[in-house]
Design a binder for this molecule. Structure first.
Ligand SMILES: *Cc1c(COP(=O)(O)O)cnc(C)c1O
Length: 374
């Protein structure tokens, strides 16, 4: 009888308990309180951004970010086709439509060549251009941002980085994901590398964007004038208790990232001689492997998932691409076969930051047993 091995669980310890209790004892449990502001400034420092605006979720941060970039009803937003649906729902909240762009096979993130070609085609044909491009750093893998910037620049299209999965992930030159586009959005949901239970962060170097984002997340209330709200705002600010948890998690982030990379390196080594496709490792990036995901040989994903389940090991498929999600039916799609392949073959393996080597060896043995049994 073995214990059930989960996919990825939060790593909550003594420091989290200490700061959360401090928040509760202070009486500031809601969205006003010193931990929220402190979390914003420590987060901005940690990733090298000028401003950070704490939000109730990553989805909220993307929603507000797109709105501040000017996205509104009838607009088009280019989004990675292969991503979690939280990337595209905010586009819909704003009454805009998605233009779904496939991934590059060697990277799994949005393909800059496909984007550039599509933008050039639209410009030439006089078709609607995207109001913004949303770049997703899938699974903690930084996208090819310089090529994406080059594709957008001729048309002055701003980039929002959906860095929900990439806290701790940088390009090799030191830039942190989320800090290169005009706006970046992070998530602290329970399954992300650092969690506040639920929460998010919008980051930017632009003071006007930061101010407008903060305004929108706090019901668009005008300071010092009795209950004046000058536009339709949202109740999107993070709570003080959640921010206390976030500060403690941020202190431990380097250790979490180190452990995710160790786990990834051990899996890579164990699977080197199998016919699994291993996660991409482009030379210009320092990915976090937030979820460690491999591609099964064609047609064998479900067998691998079932094999692991029979050993009490949690493993999950990768996302069904956005173009195959009912809310996006009818959306414009560029490419799409890479994302479908990732969905049809992808399997994420247990990779909690407190995963022991013994437990990881159990996963490896179950994967190898399943592959050789087929
Ligand atoms: C988790 C996630 C989101 C949404 O974040 P929440 O905090 O869950 O709202 C958005 N985009 C991606 C790519 C995600 O993984």
């Amino acid at each position: 009888m073995t214990d059930f091995l989960p996919l990825s669980v939060p790593n909550i310890g003594a420091r989290e308990r200490e700061l959360v209790l401090e928040a509760i004892d202070s009486g500031f449990v809601s969205s006003v309180g010193p931990f929220v502001n402190r979390f914003e400034s420590e987060f901005a420092d940690a990733i090298g951004s000028r401003f950070a605006v704490a939000c109730a979720s990553g989805t909220a941060a993307i929603h507000v970010g797109l709105q501040v970039l000017g996205v509104g009803p009838g607009d088009l937003v280019a989004v990675s086709d292969f991503t979690f649906v939280g990337s595209s729902n905010p586009v819909k909240y704003l009454g805009a439509d998605v233009l779904l762009v496939d991934s590059e096979p060697g990277r799994w993130t949005i393909d800059p060549d496909l984007l550039a070609t599509e933008l050039a085609r639209r410009a030439k044909a006089g078709e609607a251009m995207p109001r913004a491009v949303e770049v997703v750093h899938v699974l903690g893998q930084p996208a090819d941002i310089d090529a994406l910037i080059a594709a957008c620049e001729p048309y002055n299209i701003p980039i929002l980085e959906d860095a929900a999965e990439s806290l701790g992930a940088r390009w090799s030159d030191g830039r942190h994901t989320g800090t290169v586009g005009l706006v970046g959005a992070f998530s602290f949901n329970g399954n992300k590398i650092a969690t506040t239970g639920g929460g998010g962060m919008l980051v930017t170097d632009d003071p006007a964007i930061a101010a407008r984002a903060k305004h929108l997340t706090t019901q668009a209330k005008v300071a010092d004038i009795g209950y004046l709200h000058d536009e339709v705002g949202y109740n999107y600010r993070l709570t003080n208790v959640a921010a206390a948890l976030g500060i403690a998690q941020l202190e431990r982030l380097d250790g979490f990232v180190r452990r995710k990379r160790e786990v990834a390196a051990r899996y890579d080594e164990a699977f080197a001689d199998t016919d699994l496709t291993l996660p991409p490792r482009p030379a210009d990036t320092e990915p976090t492997f937030w979820l460690y995901s491999v591609l099964a040989p064609a047609g064998r994903r479900d067998e691998l998932l079932a094999g692991l389940r029979s050993h009490d090991i949690d493993a999950r498929p990768l996302w069904r691409p956005l173009h195959a999600q009912p809310p996006n039916s009818g959306a414009a799609v560029v490419g799409g076969r890479v994302g479908v392949d990732l969905f049809e073959r992808g399997v994420s393996l247990p990779c909690s930051t407190d995963l022991t080597n013994d437990d990881q060896d159990r996963v490896v043995a179950a994967v190898l047993a399943t592959l050789t049994a087929g």
